[in-house]
Design a protein around this ligand. Sequence first.
Ligand SMILES: O=C([O-])[C@@H](O)[C@@H](O)[C@H](O)[C@@H](O)C(=O)[O-]
Ligand SMILES: [Mg+2]
Length: 418
Amino acid sequence: MKVLDVVLTPVAFADPPLLNAMGVHEPFALRGVVQLICEDGVVGLGESYGDLAFLEQVRKVLPELKGHDVFDLPGLRRKVATTLGEVVFADAHGLTGGFSVSKTVASVYSLFEVAALDAQGHYLGRPVVDLLGGKARDAVDFSAYLFYKFGAHIGAEADSWGEVTTPEALVGEARRMVDEYGFRSIKLKGGAFDPDQEMAGIRALAEAFPDHPLRIDPNAAWTVETGIRVAEELDGVLEYLEDPTPGIEGMARVAEKANMPLATNMCVVRFADIEPAFRQRAVGVILSDHHYWGGLRDTQALSITAECFDVGLSMHSNSHLGISLAAMVHVAAATPHLTYACDTHWPWKTADVIAPGALEFVDGAVAVPDKPGLGIELDPDALARAHEDYVRSGQTKRDDVTYMRKFVGNFEPNTARW
Ligand SMILES: O=C([O-])[C@@H](O)[C@@H](O)[C@H](O)[C@@H](O)C(=O)[O-]
Ligand SMILES: [Mg+2]
């Protein structure tokens, strides 16, 4: 089944002022939506980053795809690699680790791979999960993804979540998310405040939600010594400790003293990182992310590799829409070793580009759609509105640092600050 045309639409959707080690989320999160228009009226959908520098790489590949058979995935990857050459895409926040040629190819390929798998599924009348080997589970568990946050964007009214900087407010945020979605585990995005303040937040969550496994992720905002101290003080409280400190060597030093597993989506972000990280026993859990690990099938390859070394698998999330959630659900369902509840930013957004109803949270889990392909439908009006928002936003990249400086003039990113 040949590709006749490819449509790439940059979109934006409202995002609250969520805090992290790099600063604060801007009023809009950006994404790129791709439609592979194929023979027989089949359309395959993909979604990934919306930063202009990423979209420029994606655009280079578009003309190469016309006439490509959507069942030829190795050929698709070759086309992406050949077209991009030695280009390295680097985002402005670095929250998903370092940049490389291989990660750039993997990221651009992933966008098209998901769309091709969606198209394959439509053609065959089978859900993507079946193309990935079939369901290892019927529904995929997600965790409540808590953030400290400001009450309002600059010049805007307070959002419905309000300001969250204290343990009490954090518990309130968690309560709302757990009540609305039924999440059965909780992750706190840290790295925004002093670690003692964030540990107080975790302790308050542990008291309020004694049956929910807890994780904290400061995105490498701590030194090795602080990582070790937090691991000791939160021993018995955390399910895993995510990216306490930068780099494989630093993580290995924390891991040596920590009783809980260390998890990462920053120091192991491509296959070449696996050997040094595993050799140094730096991580016990990898957060997969098909957007930069080379798509859904490479996520499964990552899973098997991790399983061989007794390393667990979880899933990372940035701000995303329904096409990405569908892809995450299909691949997680088809990956037996992915046993940790996945991350998702889903509760933080209020709009989407897909028709509602296909992806529902019940008890914190999303049932795998059983319709063909990803099992979702693009809403053309919603896509047009999201594109208008993209144009209106004036944003061309995610830049949490610069936006934070509008709140705190002399702000510097918190990498290994504490
Ligand atoms: O959206 C955020 O602020 C997160 O910090 C995100 O960018 C990270 O990549 C991610 O959630 C993580 O787990 O590191
Ligand atoms: Mg993380």
